[in-house]
Structure formats: C-alpha cells, structure tokens
Design a protein around this ligand. Structure first.
Ligand SMILES: [Zn+2]
Length: 562
C-alpha cells in the first residue's frame, strides 16, 4: 500500500496538520506501480487524509453556498488562498492567488408578453409559452415587428458542408430553430457525431451563430428529449443571468435570446400549414432552405444591471526545465448561494457540486508539492461562476495566466464520485483527445476499466469548465469513477446517481453526508495525478484526434510547441 505507507497515518497526518510545516519535504520515492497483490478496490484509496475535511468545510453552512461576489465568496476564496499558501504553491500576482473576474448580473425585472402578428395572431405568455432575455449589458431592449423565419438547426458547420442560413440574410429577423443537432435526430454516426451531442447542438452555440448571422432575435424550440431537460429547467429557474463584461457590452449579441415551447412552435407552424415533423425532415434533407413564417414578433425587456467582481484562485508549481509549459488541474469553487425563501434550510451547500471537486484539487495539489519538482509547470485553477455559465473559466480562457498554446492539457473535476470504489472510469468525450490514452493505461494498472459516458447526447463535454479551454484548443480530460461499485455492482451505483439527480442536484439538499465513501474519489485523484505527472515529465504534446471539432484550433498554434 505504497501511498498509504508513504502517507502513513501518523507521519503524514502530523506533517500536514502542522500549519508551520511550510517547506514540504521533498520525497525521493515517488509512487510506483500500484500493489497488484491487493484487490483493485483496496489500492490507492488514500492519497490525502484531509480530503473529507476540505469537502466538509467548503460545503458547510458557514460558506453560505459559495455564490460569486457574496460573503460566501469572501470566505471561500480566503480559505483556498490560505491552503495554496500553506502548501507552498506559487501565487500569480505578488503574494495573491486571485485572478479578478469582471461579471455583470442582468436581472430582467420586466419582460412583456411576446406579441405575434401575421399568420399567427397571439401574445405568448412569459415563462409559459416563451422565455426571453437579453445578454446585452443595457437597461433594456425592444424588439419590434421582427420577421420570423425557421432556420432548421441554426448550424453553420463547414466540416459537414452544412449551412442552415444559406441564401438568406437574417439581419433584423427572428430566427426559430430546433435544439440539439442532426446527428441526434438521425443517429447517423457520420453526421455530427451521431447520438453524441456536438457543440453545434448546444444552445450556447445556436445563439452565438444567430448573432454572427445578424439576427435580432433567436428562439430555440424546446423539446425535452433532444434538450435532455424539461421546460422547467428553461423557464422555472431564476431568470437572472450573469455574463462576463466584454468591452462592447455584448452589443454584438442578438437583442433577444430565448426559448419557445414545442406547443407554441406547433401553433406557429400550423398557421403556416405545416408542422414540426415536416420541417424537421426538411431541416435534415441536406437541401434545406430557411422557411419564412409570415409572422412578426415584438417583445420588450427591462433589466436591472449590477457589475461585480469575483475571483478565480490560481496557484502553481514551477517546472524545473520547461516552466512555460503547463498542465492544468481545475474545478469550480462556486455554487448557488442562499435560498432566502426557505428559512429552514436556506444554504445551497453544494457538497458534491462542487465542494468535492474543489477539495480534490486542494488535496491533489498538497500531494503534488511533496513530489520531486516536475520538468513542466503544474497549475491548480479554482474557477468562479461555473454555475452562472462557465464564466470564471471563460474569463481565464480570455485572460490566460499560462499561455494557452503551451498549455499541455487541462484536467477538470466537477462532481466527484462519493459512493466508494467504482471499477469503471467514465471518460466524457471518449475518442476526442489522446490524453485519454494515458488515463486508460493507469486505469488498467489500477485494476479498473475505462468506459465512455453513458449519455453522450446530453452534451456533458460542453457543460463544465473544461469546455472553456476546449474552445481554445487545449486538450482536456474530464473523467471520474462511474457506477460499477466494488460491492453492490452497477445497478446500485446507477441508483445512487439517479437518486442524487432527483433529490439533491442543484438543491439545498446537496449536503455533506457521513456515509460518503471517498475511497473512489482518492482512486480517481491518483489517476489524475499519474496522467499529469507523466505529462509534466515528458516532451509529449497531446492533441485532439483528427476530425475533432477542436483539432484545427489547436493545430493553428503548433509552431509555438516546436
Ligand atoms: Zn458543478
């Protein structure tokens, strides 16, 4: 039991417990092959005995649900900085580990009904039929008599020779489009990755593309299955939006972005003597042409704006030979804050989401500083505002502390496995980058097996912070223990996850539980460590596999890695 004896209870614990223990010992004996005489679930089960303490502390009521730019943030960021300082990571700005992130809170205090005139004469009710907002950082916007046009999936993908806007100038118009991508609809693996969602299927991409095309408004038709969440997620959550403060205050975005229900779309199409299935078939035909809907849309939105500053917390180990080449470990420290309408239990503690990932990065960093100095640098980046739209990581990607073109890879931790040793290691986006080959190697050594995520159609590959770096071409890894529990098996594991999603995900009930079994988390941390440590002591530059949507972006900076 190499790690444990290395981290032998008394010695290691006492060393770590001593706050004065600033100069971590340099241990020559790095860890070696896992002890194969042990059953796989007995190996690597404790990298850092303080992991539970970190998760418990971050998810305690004291931290007030860790919302950006609140007292909860102040407490959290101070705790993280203290930790980085105590274990001896290098700060990024004088003796500060903070990277300020400029955010704006856009609170749509007044949204009118959406008046439709023409083929369909009606007024759509906010939240029931339509959700509409603006990401423009302005007090208000007004959309007036904007012609509506159906644009299929609203996708422009040269690599698939696909352009839903072909032959139509949508400047000033309101585009209406389907959710997800043609691959999901056809299950054709050659087309948009088949069942696995591509970025083109994500709502964020569709609004970005509509803005690029000059649309005044962009409305996605909500269908539960292709969206993989219900109308409730779209319409019943808080309408308050956060965004990064860009120089042009997002004036290059469409005036109005939003969703309409499938039922509302059905009425609009019926008024044009067609229906959603006919239009979907047209959209998939390959010869699709945008379809005018002979109806205009009008709506107005009034905002309350609040500019605020939050912080990413960043510390690093400088490489001995190639200090400007960096491996990143990341996790978001933020969560949803407080629900004052629920006085009996107002705190969104966010134990699994994402005190578990933040605690894991803290514990991993503490382990790393006790290893021989790596040749390349290792950065630990705890980002803010993930829950508000991956904003902290997006800010980092726009203001990188370590050059992106020389960032070797990024390993993200978001909602760790707290249910005990799982034999399967689930890799999100399996088949995207060759970083996974290193992970698969060590997973096998640990006596486990690697698998793809069970629901690629949900687009998890685009729904956490690693995506902000993928978009910049940085090869990423997002993986964790799955459901195949060492004792109770896969059904039990799946049942635990399903129960978490039902009872606790993004609810005040996502709290620390004494029956959390962190041995699985620790096993995953050892795998993350081995992947990063191997990369940090090699000349290898991982990349996206040929044909992947981010490969071209990475290859564009290949010179920097020569
Ligand atoms: Zn999360």
């Amino acid at each position: 039991m190499k790690p444990l004896h290395w981290f032998s209870g008394t010695l290691a614990a006492s060393c770590l417990a001593l706050t004065g223990c600033s100069q971590p010992e340099q241990h020559t004996a790095v860890e070696t092959e896992a002890d194969s005489s042990l059953a796989w679930y007995q190996r690597d089960t404790e990298m850092n005995p303080r992991l539970a303490e970190y998760i418990k502390t971050l998810s305690s009521d004291e931290f007030q649900g860790r919302a950006p730019a609140t007292a909860g943030e102040t407490k959290t960021v101070a705790y993280l900085e203290d930790h980085f300082r105590r274990i001896g990571l290098k700060p990024i700005d004088g003796d500060s580990y903070k990277q300020p992130v400029s955010l704006v809170q856009i609170d749509p205090v007044q949204v009118s009904g959406m008046a439709l005139n023409g083929a369909l004469e009606t007024t759509l009710t906010y939240r029931d039929d339509v959700m509409a907002w603006t990401t423009r950082v302005v007090d208000g916007v007004e959309l007036k008599d904007s012609e509506m046009v159906f644009v299929g999936y609203g996708i422009v993908a040269p690599e698939y020779d696909w352009n839903d806007y072909e032959g139509l100038d949508v400047t000033g118009k309101t585009v209406v489009m389907l959710v997800n991508d043609p691959g999901y609809a056809t299950q054709n693996p050659e087309l948009f990755n088949g069942n696995a969602m591509t970025y083109y299927g994500r709502w964020t991409y569709k609004f970005e593309e509509a803005a690029r095309q000059g649309a005044a408004a962009a409305l996605i038709i909500h269908e539960t299955e292709p969206a993989s969440y219900g109308w409730g997620v779209v319409a019943h959550g808080s309408p308050i939006k956060f965004d990064l403060i860009s120089d042009n205050k997002n004036m290059d975005r469409s005036k109005i972005e939003g969703w309409i229900t499938a039922e509302t779309a059905g009425r609009l199409f019926a008024a044009n003597d067609t229906d959603i299935e006919t239009l979907r078939a047209q959209a998939l035909s390959g010869a699709f042409k945008p379809v005018p809907l002979n109806t205009t849309a009008s709506v107005s939105v009034k905002n309350n704006l609040r500019e605020l500053v939050s912080s990413n917390v960043i510390g690093y180990i400088e490489g001995s030979k190639y200090p400007d080449e960096t491996i990143i470990y990341m996790a978001h420290w933020d969560h949803l804050g407080m629900d004052f309408s629920n006085p009996s239990n107002p705190v969104f503690n966010g134990a699994q989401d994402n005190a578990s990932g933040t605690g894991a990065v803290m514990a991993l960093a503490e382990y790393f500083v006790q290893q021989p100095q790596p040749e390349r640098s290792i950065a630990f980046i705890l980002v803010t505002a993930e829950e508000r739209g991956l904003l902290g990581s997006a800010w980092y990607a726009e203001h990188p502390v370590f050059p992106l073109e020389k960032t070797v890879a990024a390993i993200n931790m978001d909602v760790m496995n707290v249910y005990g040793p799982m034999e399967d290691m689930v890799i999100v986006g399996l088949g995207n980058t060759d970083v996974e080959e290193i992970l698969v190697k060590y997973t096998k050594q640990q006596g486990r097996y690697a698998v793809a995520e069970p629901n690629p159609e949900a687009g998890i590959a685009y729904r956490s912070d690693h995506f902000s770096l993928s978009k910049k071409g940085v090869p990423i890894l997002y993986a964790s223990g799955g459901n195949d529990h060492y004792q109770h098996g896969a059904e039990w594991g799946a049942a635990q996850r399903a129960e978490f999603n039902r009872c606790c995900y993004h609810k005040v009930t996502d709290q620390w539980r004494d029956d959390f079994d962190l041995r699985g988390t620790q096993q995953d941390m050892f795998l993350y460590f081995r992947v990063g440590n191997e990369l940090a002591n090699s000349r290898h530059w991982p990349n996206w596999y040929p044909g992947n949507e981010f490969r071209a972006i990475r290859d564009a900076s290949a010179d920097a890695r020569q």
